[in-house]
Design a protein around this ligand. Structure first.
Ligand code: FAD
Ligand code: 2HG
Ligand code: ZN
Length: 434
């Protein structure tokens, strides 16, 4: 059946002038060969890898910064720019990227846009649907579509760029991006806190939003099993708190423009939270090195999991109050056969449920799935909060989207890519991909 799809993708090609002009580096599209757009290849759902004999379109050479406007903070660059390089470039200009993630050293802005990556500061700066002002994309027929606007406001018709943000290379290849970047504020504080129960984590989040308000820039959480993994598997990482057993840890970051005021505000908040019994211990970074070491704990969890063995990964949006129930139910289901850890972007209602075992085992998988998807669906969550569907989760889309919505998606795919040559077998369920 799978090779049947491939045959269908390669027939009946007609070229246009626009195709030919772009096709110096996208010859495969011109020839109607199936392609996989590939950025930094850091995606976690198998979206950037070929399934059969698709040609990889690697974007790494499209790595130029085209323009930066210091007045508006609008950056225009090619899709293959590595996120960390953009962060460094902007730092020199006194600006920051509105997104940051553990894979920044390899992932590319085109990949970030195509996955609608969330990351560590979404709670402050919002999603790429808000920050991306324009895109240039290459369609399946080779036509280059210029939507590379640099305007904050433009209501002239349908805002088509949003179709490509989060479409995982299935509708077009992102060749250029225009993005709004915030100014760099110099007063940054990071606290690493312990909570004795999940209810306190939730209350702390509510209080942080209310009391830290405009300076809150990250609110991340991890459970004690996540911390143990990092401490056991990553060199040079240590627990900044005395080794008492706490069940949960929260990393809070604030970013503002007034150092004494911001520090006082955060210290006042922490004191209040301590007195209210919401936090049982905590450390406030005294300098940038200590702040980085706190971040290393949170950002190091995926790497520690990789080192620990096989890992089953779930990236879920859930109501915050229900989120950790799933981790506990999963622990009960799997008892001693796996290490179940929960961490993520609590400020965004995004749980990373990761299940670590010595090796992959079909018996364990049947204990996890479809239970995890059914549970998420029952609580009206999303089975992919920020990583996308790629190849690995494409068939699970119905747990989060009604049939009519998925059919509409398939119609859009068919219209933009009638031969099914852009990242085939990804995003849409296999029953609708042919
Ligand atoms: P790739 O992995 O190369 O591709 C991802 C998808 O996008 C594929 O479907 C691919 O075909 C498509 N694609 C890539 N480039 C283009 C392009 N130019 N045009 C069209 N389609 C394209 N994700 C988060 O959301 N938040 C996090 O906090 C986060 N942290 C991570 C931490 C680690 C340690 C790792 C390994 C991953 C993390 N991720 C996170 C997942 C991943 O880094 C993101 O999805 C990232 O945006 C992928 O970018 P990439 O350039 O590596 O894309
Ligand atoms: C993170 O927030 C990433 O660290 C990766 O989204 C999560 O590996 C994962 O499951
Ligand atoms: Zn994440």
């Amino acid at each position: 059946m799978k090779s049947g799809w491939r045959l269908q993708t390669q027939t009946g090609c007609t070229n246009t002038k626009a195709q030919v002009s772009f096709c110096c580096n996208l010859g495969p599209l011109r020839r109607c060969l199936a392609v996989v757009p590939q950025g930094g290849n850091t995606g976690l759902v198998g979206g950037s890898v070929p399934v059969f004999d698709e040609v990889i379109v690697n974007m790494s050479l499209m790595n130029n910064i085209i323009s930066f406007d210091k007045v508006s903070g609008i950056l225009v660059c090619e899709g293959g720019c590595i996120l960390e390089n953009l962060i460094t470039f902007l730092d020199n200009q006194g600006f920051i990227m509105p997104l940051d993630l553990g894979a920044k050293g390899s992932c590319q802005i085109g990949g970030n846009v195509s996955t609608n990556a969330g990351g560590l500061r979404l709670v402050r700066y919002g999603s790429l649907h808000g920050n991306v002002l324009g895109l240039e994309v290459v369609l399946a027929d080779g036509n280059v579509i210029d939507m590379l606007g640099t305007l904050r406001k433009d209501n002239t018709g349908y805002d088509l760029k949003h179709l490509f943000i989060g479409s995982e290379g299935s509708l077009g290849i992102v060749s250029k991006v225009s993005i709004l970047t915030p100014p760099k504020l110099f007063s940054v504080n990071v606290a690493f806190l312990a909570c004795s129960d999940y209810f306190s984590c939730q209350k702390l989040l509510m209080e942080a939003k209310r009391k830290l308000g405009e300076i809150l820039s990250a609110f991340e959480f991890l459970d004690s099993k996540s911390l143990d993994l990092v401490l056991n598997h990553l060199d040079g990482v240590r627990n900044p708190l005395p080794p008492t057993l706490h069940k949960f840890y929260i990393l809070i970051e604030t970013t503002g423009s007034d150092e004494p005021y911001d520090r006082q505000k955060l210290e006042g908040f922490l004191l209040h939270a301590m007195e209210a019994g919401l936090i049982s211990d905590g450390a406030l970074a005294q300098d940038i090195n200590q702040a980085s070491s706190f971040w290393r704990i949170r950002e190091g969890i995926p790497e520690a999991l990789m080192k620990a063995g096989a890992v089953y990964k779930y990236d879920l949006s859930l109501p915050v109050e229900k989120m950790y129930d799933l981790v506990e139910e999963m622990r009960t289901r799997l008892s001693d056969s796996a290490n179940v850890v929960g961490y993520g972007h609590l400020g965004d209602g995004n749980l990373h449920l990761n299940i670590s075992t010595a090796q992959y085992d079909d018996g364990i998988l049947t204990q996890i799935e479809p239970f995890v998807y059914e549970w998420t669906s029952k609580h009206r969550g999303s089975i992919s909060a920020e990583h996308g569907l790629g190849l690995m989760k494409a068939n699970e889309i119905f747990y989060s989207k009604p049939t009519a919505t998925v059919s509409l998606m398939a119609s859009i795919k068919k219209m933009l890519d009638p031969k099914g040559i852009l990242n085939p077998y990804k995003v849409l369920p296999h029953s609708l991909s042919s």
